[in-house]
Unconditional design. Structure first.
Length: 73
């Protein structure tokens, strides 16, 4: 059961980055649409990319640490 939980955490990486980018793009588009500033969509997309990458790195580091901890026991 423990390996299935670990596999789910690693599979989460495939969904986090696109979802963060989509959310950032959507929020940037909304700001762009309502406040008429043409740069907000790009800024939202970049912020979504950065947030997604931070989450991916955190998840990967956590997964690698748990694998190395399990191997040392």
């Amino acid at each position: 059961m423990r390996s299935l939980v670990q596999a789910e955490k690693v599979m989460q990486i495939a969904f986090v980055l696109p979802c963060a980018m989509l959310l950032g793009w959507g929020l940037g588009w909304c700001v762009d649409h309502y406040f008429h500033c043409s740069w907000a969509t790009v800024v939202g997309l970049v912020l979504g990319l950065v947030a997604g990458m931070v989450s991916v790195i955190r998840t990967a580091v956590t997964a690698m640490n748990s694998i190395s901890d399990r191997g040392s026991k």
